[in-house]
Design a protein around this ligand. Sequence first.
Ligand SMILES: [Zn+2]
Length: 690
Amino acid sequence: MRFTLPSLNLALRLVGACAFALLAPAQDAPGPDTHGIVVANMDRSVKPGDNFFEYANGNWIKRAVISPDRSRIGVFTTLADLSDKRTAALIEEAAKGGAAAGSSARKIADLYNSYLDEAAIEAQGLAPLRPHLEAIAAIHNQHELAAALGESLRADVDALNNTNFHTPHIFGLWVAPGFNDSEHYAAYLLQGGLQLPDREYYISNSDLMRDTRSKYEAHVSAMLKLAGFTDTDARAKRIVALEHAIAEKHLSLSDNEDIHKANNTWKQADFAAKAPGLDWTAYFRSAGLSKQASFIVWQPTAFAGESALVASTPLDTWKDWLAYHLIEEYAPVLPKALADERFDFFGKVLQGTPEQRPRWQRGVVIVNRLLGDDVGQIYAQRYFSSQAKAQAQAMVANIIVAFRQRIEALSWMDPSTKAEAQAKLNTLYVGIGYPETWIDYSAYEVKADDIFGNVFRGSLFRYHREAARLGAAVDRKEWSMTPQTVNAVNLPLQNALNFPAAVLQPPFFDPLAPAAANYGAIGSVIGHEISHTFDTEGSAFDSKGRVRNWWTPADLAHFEAATAKLAAQYDTYRPFPDISVNGKQTLAENIADLAGISAAYDGYRASLPGKTAPAQDGFSPDQQFFIAFGQNWASKSREAALRQQVLTDPHAPAQYRADTVRNVDAWYAVFDVQTGEKLYLAPPDRVRIW
Ligand SMILES: [Zn+2]
C-alpha cells in the first residue's frame, strides 16, 4: 500500500487526479538555514488538545492558496513540484546534448518534446486516432468485439502496491508474485470498464452525484462530437447506461481491499463456464495470453456480470463505448479542443480545479510514466547523497528494533504468531532512495514527432514487459515507485518497502535537522509502511510473501476488536455535513498511521542516549517529534477533490491523519492535554494496537 494519494502515476489517465501544488512560499518550508519543525506554520492560539492539525499547521492553512491549476496543496504536492522542476531540468539537459538516436537521453528528449509541440499535434488533428476508430467501426460480431476488448488489455491496475483498482478498459492485468506461489509472477485480473472514478459515481442517489452524472453524459456527447461522430446525444446516453450497468456489477473499494475475497484461481478454460457471454478464447488470444493457463480473478461476480453484459448489450453500444474510451484515453495528446473538453469534466467538475497545470509539467508526468526509471537513475545520482542514505538506513534500523520490542511485549499475541512476525522483520527488504536494478526500455520506440504513437507504444511496452514476466522467478528487490516519486510503499507480496529519494528530503527528512523532527516526520512514514507488514493485509502473507494466515483465531479476534474501535473513531469525522469518513475503507491506513507514530516515537527515544537533544523555539524535543508528525499533514483541498478522496481512497483526509496522536499516551503528557479538550480520549478509549 502506498503512503498517500498518488501524485504522478495516474496523471496521464486521469488528468484531474494528480495533486500538484505551486511551490509554497519560502517561509512554509525550512529554508537552507532552518532545520526541523517550521514554527511559522503553526497556530499557537489553538490548543493542541482541541485540534492538533490546526495547532501544527494553522498559520500555513491561513496563508496557503490553492492555485487555479491544482485540486489540493500540501507538503506532498510541494515536494512533487520540486521533483518535477528537477526532472524537467534533467530532461532539458538530455534534449540539449544532441544524444545519439536510440540512446536513453534521446528518448527522454523526444518524448518530452513531442508532447510540448502543440503545433504538430494540431496539424495532425484526428489522424493518429483514425485507424483505431476504423478498426472499431469494422467490428461485425461478438467474436470480433471480444478480440477488440482483448487488444485493449493493459497492465494498468495494481491491487496491493500502488493500490489502483481503476481501469477504463473492460478488465485490467496486474502481474505480481502469486498468492499461491510467491516465488513466481502470476496474472491477476481486475474489474474495469468505467470512466468515472468508482461505482459510487453511477449508483449514488445524492443530488451531487445525479448532477455529476448529467454533466458526464454531456461530456461524453461532446467528446464524440469533437471526434467526428454524429447523433452523439443518443450515443452518449447508451454509453453511460452501459457504464451504469457495469458499475452495478462492480465490487466496492472496501471489498476490493479484502484479499480473502480476491484469491480465486480460474483456469483459462473455466472462464466460459464461470463468466459466460464474452468470447474468452478470442479475448485472451488478442491479449497475447492464450498460453497463460490460469489467472487470479479478483472480483468473480464482476467478471460474470460484465461478461454477461457483453452478450446482452447491443453490439453498436459496445462499439460506441470502445470508441469513446479510446478517445478519452488519448485526449491529453490529441488537439486542444479534445484535451480541454476532457479537462473541463475530469479536472473542473470532478476535482474542482479551474485550470490545467502548465504544459511542461504535464510533459514531465508523461516522461515519468513512460521512461520513469531512465529519468530516475539520473535523479538519484544527483539528488540523493550516500550520507543521506546511510542516515535514513540507521533510522529504519532503530524503528525495526522498536517494532521487535513492541511485538515481544504484546500480552494478547500467541508466541507462534510473534515468531512469524519476527521472521517477517528478518526477511523484510527496505529499499532506500533508489532501486538496485533499472527497467530496460530498449524495446520501447520513441519518435521525435509522434506523441500519440509514443504514448500508445509506451503503454503497450509496459503491458508486454509485464506479460512477459508471467511464470518467471520473482525479484523481491524490484521497486514499484521511481526515485522521483514523493510517496512510500509497502509491497506485501515481496515483503519489501520502498522509500524513494524524492520523499527523503525536507520537511520529511533533513540530515541536518534534530533527530526529533526526522523521526516525527519521515520516521512515522517508515513506521507506517513497516506496520503494513503486520496489519489486516500483512497478516495474510507470511515471511516469504506466501498467502498463509499466520495468526491464531484468538489473535485475529483481538486484533479485529481493537481495530473496530479505530474504525468507529474515524466514522465520526465529517469533512462535510452530508458525508463522513468511511472508517472501514480507511482502516488499514489508519492502523498504519497509529502504529507508525508509536514505533517512530520508540525509535526516536532509543536514538537519544549519548546525544544532546536541543529545544527549538521553546519546544522540547518530544514536542518537536509530534509537531513534525502533524506537519506531514499540512494540506488543503478543493471541495470536489476532497469528496472524491473520501469516496475512492483508502487514506483518510490529511487533517484526521494528523489527529491520530489522540491515541498515543505520550502525546497527552507532552502537551498537557486535559479532559474536556476536543481530541481528549479517556485512557480506555485510546486505541492501542501494537
Ligand atoms: Zn499505507
